[in-house]
Design a binder for this molecule. Structure first.
Ligand SMILES: [Ca+2]
Ligand SMILES: [Ca+2]
Length: 281
């Protein structure tokens, strides 16, 4: 079994999780939590959902390390939030924080260790056109690689809280200041995103550029080939701090699938208008 506890202890080689591991802080009168494959609830190993904050930070993980879905900011699979929150250890920049079950490193200093994709909308005019009257083209979702729009830091060292040991198992992602049609600059768009480790060889999940760090293996093993997704759904598209009429032209230009039916149409516009009338998100 390979484990990782807090900072720099209990590390081993890839194998199987066979027993129980006690985690948490030793506090008078409070038993330590136990993580094991036979455990139920939040602490069922190896990919338990219990948060690191509830055990005084740190984690226990099987090599190769996986992404800790619920410990990420936002948690994996999050939908319907309006924005990414400022993250204090990263100078309060709006940062997606990907946390693993163990420390990570990157295979290359020159290639970004993850691939970041954003779901945009493209005009698609099928041939022959749809049979609906006056409708010849559709908006269809497409995934665009927007990795170059973001800073990515693997196992970062915080300038705000340098003693933050959990940074060893984190990847931070935040927008560059670039402003063009692809990269809006200093903000996350009201879109769906998916993030995965970069692969050296396509379809070979053992070639991830994010590596399991501090194990006893001579060459850092890959991480589990995870995928992290989240959707931002903002009505305040023009960043005026509230839904208003100024958001309508932005909607017509950028589009947003508020009802998540994989189509942008008048139903989504109606939801935006409703939000403007109600004056709130
Ligand atoms: Ca607005
Ligand atoms: Ca829709």
């Amino acid at each position: 079994m390979g484990t990782y506890r807090s900072s720099r202890s209990a590390i081993s080689q890839p194998a199987l999780w066979t027993g129980a591991v006690q985690v948490g802080e030793t506090t008078a009168g409070c038993p330590l939590l136990e993580v094991s494959p036979t455990q139920s609830g939040n602490w069922k190993g190896p990919y338990y959902s219990g948060l690191s904050a509830s055990i005084g930070s740190g984690s226990v993980g099987l090599v190769p390390f996986n992404l800790h879905d619920t410990d990420c900011l936002p948690p994996n699979g999050t939908k319907g939030i309006c924005e990414i929150n400022p993250y204090l250890p990263n100078n309060n920049k709006r940062t997606v924080v990907l946390r693993h079950y163990g420390p990570v490193s990157q295979a290359s200093e020159t290639l970004v260790a993850v691939v970041i994709e954003r779901q945009d909308w493209a005009v698609h005019c099928p041939t022959p056109p749809p049979v609906f009257p006056n409708l010849t083209c559709l908006l269809v979702p497409v995934w665009n690689d927007v990795t170059s729009c973001f800073y990515v830091s693997v196992a970062p060292t915080s300038s705000i809280s340098p003693s933050n040991i959990t940074g060893e198992r984190e990847i931070w992602i935040w927008p560059k200041t670039t402003v063009n049609s692809i990269c809006p600059g200093e903000t996350w768009s009201s879109r769906s995103y998916r993030i995965r480790p970069r692969l050296s060889t396509p379809n070979d999940a053992t070639t991830t550029h994010v590596r399991s760090d501090q194990t006893l293996v001579a060459i850092d093993p890959p991480v589990v080939y995870w995928q992290h997704t989240f959707s931002l759904e903002c009505f305040d598209l023009n960043l005026s701090c509230a839904p208003d009429m100024g958001d309508v032209p932005v909607f017509l230009d950028q589009h947003a699938d508020y009802n998540e039916d994989e189509v942008v149409d008048t139903q989504d516009l109606s939801l935006l208008v409703q939000a403007i009338i109600n004056g709130g998100e």
